[in-house]
Ligand binder design. Structure first.
Ligand SMILES: Cc1cc2nc3c(=O)[nH]c(=O)nc-3n(C[C@H](O)[C@H](O)[C@H](O)COP(=O)(O)O)c2cc1C
Length: 207
């Protein structure tokens, strides 16, 4: 498929067919994801593919418990409750969930900033989290590579509300941290385009 068509036609898929996914194809999709750029070619991303049903259920349990606590504190009604839980846990229906983690990137400039007396938080605010930007580039490659092969995906950060608990379960330890979950599988429903803002709203030239 032409790149333009791929980029235009890809959708976030939230309903998956009950068909297993070929491991080799997942590895190939991740190979394409890792062609993304990263500062200093650091390639700080890492991908864990969860295909074990019990592990997926456990992840749902972790996210649900975290949300339930919040929903209870905020006294939300049961309809809102169901929708929020569903929106953050539908990844369980996909035959595989790709867990993407990252690690902060520190360059020579960062070392200079540290030496000049800035703390880590100040450095982050100046440096715009290149690790997350790199992971974002890799994830976009992954979504497009999956789509080209007939697989649907959904980039999900919603479940990261339980980031620390998920990290413990998945064995993601410092200095790594969870960035996103990506359910992947054959689409059961392909949603219509959600549309995009007019370009005039998002593009400007400084002439
Ligand atoms: C960083 C990021 C986080 C997202 N998190 C979620 C999520 O937690 N749950 C979800 O259903 N969709 C999530 N999405 C998907 C967006 O809702 C979706 O991309 C957007 O509505 C546009 O739809 P499209 O991808 O089909 O074009 C996320 C997308 C991005 C880029």
């Amino acid at each position: 498929m032409e790149f333009t068509d791929l980029a235009r036609q890809r959708r976030s898929v939230r309903k998956f067919k009950d068909e297993p996914i070929n491991k080799e194809e997942i590895v190939e999709i991740i190979r394409i994801a890792t062609q993304a750029p990263s500062p200093g070619n650091d390639q700080m991303w890492s991908f864990q593919v969860v295909i074990n049903e019990e592990a997926k259920e456990k992840m749902v349990d972790i996210v649900t418990k975290k949300l339930e606590r919040l929903i209870f504190e905020l006294k939300m009604n049961s309809e809102q409750y169901k929708q929020i839980i569903k929106a953050a846990t539908f990844f369980v229906e996909a035959p595989a969930v790709i867990v993407v983690s990252t690690k902060q990137y520190r360059s020579k400039i960062d070392a200079m900033l540290k030496e000049s007396g800035l703390n880590e938080k100040d450095i982050d605010s100046l440096r715009a989290r290149p690790d997350l930007q790199s992971v974002g580039a890799a994830i976009q490659n992954l979504l497009l590579a999956a789509w080209e092969k007939g697989y649907g995906t959904c980039w999900m950060t919603g479940p990261c509300i339980a980031r620390h608990e998920l990290e413990v379960f998945l064995g993601i330890t410092q200095p790594r941290s969870l960035a996103a979950l990506i359910p992947i599988g054959k689409p059961k429903i392909i949603p219509v385009s959600r549309g995009r803002k007019p370009l005039e709203d998002v593009v400007s030239f400084i002439e």
